[in-house]
Write a protein that binds this ligand. Structure first.
Ligand code: HEM
Length: 131
């Protein structure tokens, strides 16, 4: 059955996958994203996605979503961006964020794809040190 297949794909994805509602509330989070951010699903479901980011984005993220919904002008949707995530232990890490907008049973949700860049960034730094 295709719903079970989709669930298996999301559960086993290497990248983190988070869905939010149109006000930024987390509705689902896959195991990869849980591991990256160091939370269990029940600790973050229902909370604002801004709990997973450091300032200044933390304070501005509601506005980002509102502005997009008001103007239709995307800054990340369909583009992607390198941003910083905030883990439960307070440490910050770089990742590539992709966001898509999904119309699901009559309402709008957003899906975020999280590709950890910690290793790539560390390798870059090492190369710089040797230069
Ligand atoms: C917009 C940061 C996670 C959904 C943005 C923008 C930034 C940002 C910088 C656009 C700012 C601008 O206007 O130039 C972050 C950071 C995250 C994060 C640091 C770290 C956790 C997420 C996740 C989702 C999401 C997981 C979805 C599940 C959105 C939406 C917009 C947005 C819907 C508005 C549309 C757009 O600008 O294209 N975010 N975000 N964000 N973000 Fe996030």
């Amino acid at each position: 059955e295709s719903a079970a297949l989709l669930k298996a794909i999301i559960e086993n994805a290497i990248d983190g996958i988070i869905t939010i509602d149109d006000r930024g509330r987390i509705e689902s989070i896959n195991p990869s994203a849980c591991k990256l951010f160091q939370y269990d699903p029940e600790e973050v479901i229902g909370r604002n996605v801004n709990c997973l980011m450091p300032p200044p984005d933390k304070e501005l993220h509601d506005e980002y979503i509102e502005r997009y919904q008001r103007t239709g002008k995307a800054h990340i949707i369909g583009i992607g961006r390198e941003v910083k995530g905030l883990k439960k232990d307070g440490s910050v890490f770089p990742f590539r964020l992709g966001v898509s907008e999904v119309q699901y049973s009559g309402r709008k949700i957003y899906t975020g794809f999280i590709h950890d860049l910690t290793r790539e960034k560390e390798a870059e730094e090492k190369l710089k040190d040797h230069a």
